[in-house]
Design a protein around this ligand. Structure first.
Ligand code: HEC
Length: 196
């Protein structure tokens, strides 16, 4: 018991200190916000919440401030409130939620970027992590072809993407036109001569 108490007395302030660090924010918090939240909480401000600055979080959205232990951010990422689950597509990892919790408990330190906003091309211009997280700057990755039922049809991977969408709509691809029909069409086309 004594050891446990000492442990938490020693550990808790250390954790808070760490979470109040600029590095902690840059390494653990900003990337999560940029990757998981900015698609809906930057310019588009869904729910009225802009999550790209401390001021934005402090102001919060329609439900009030996002900061503080009772604020909407922690409520949303913990999936505790059935009406507010963020990000909507799936819960963050336990580690990410723990980091966000520690960060908010530590006062939600959001270090201002040192480089002032300057014209592109000047020496002071820097790409921020949010900008870097933009989808168009992500490396090209080979997308695995989606599953298809009619496995005999696709000849290339592109066909598999097409077939996957067709099957999702309950459609079947047409089979290639018979030879005769094809040559007929070619002939008909050819006969039109130079008039095309
Ligand atoms: C796909 C879009 C989308 C993503 C991604 C997303 N949100 Fe949301 N968020 C919404 C929408 C839409 C609402 C408004 C929901 C409502 O009012 O019922 C909302 C509301 C919120 C609110 C409540 C605002 C208020 O006061 O009503 C918080 C807090 C929040 N989001 C946090 C986050 C956090 C943190 C992340 C990332 C971990 C995130 N969201 C990711 C769409 C998104």
């Amino acid at each position: 018991m004594l050891r446990l108490t000492m442990f938490s007395v020693l550990l808790a302030p250390a954790l808070l200190l760490r979470a109040a660090d600029a590095d902690f924010f840059e390494m653990k918090i900003r990337p999560v916000l940029a990757k998981q939240c900015y698609s809906c909480h930057a310019a588009s401000k869904m729910g009225g919440l802009e999550a790209t600055s401390r001021a934005g979080l402090e102001k919060g959205g329609g439900r009030g401030t996002a900061l503080g232990e009772a604020g909407t951010l922690l409520r949303a990422v913990r999936y505790a409130d059935p009406a507010l689950k963020m990000p909507p597509s799936g819960k963050l990892s336990d580690a990410e939620i723990a980091d966000l919790t520690a960060w908010i408990k530590g006062g939600a330190v959001w270090p201002e970027s040192k480089a002032p906003a300057a014209a592109a091309g000047s020496a002071a211009w820097r790409i921020t992590p949010e900008q870097r997280a933009w989808w168009a700057f992500q490396p090209v990755r080979k997308a695995a072809a989606p599953p298809v039922k009619l496995t005999s049809w696709p000849r290339t991977e592109v066909d598999e993407f097409v077939l996957n969408k067709l099957e999702a709509k309950g459609l079947r691809p047409v089979t290639p036109a018979p030879r005769l029909l094809r040559s007929h069409r070619t002939a008909a086309h050819g006969r039109r001569g130079g008039g095309v």
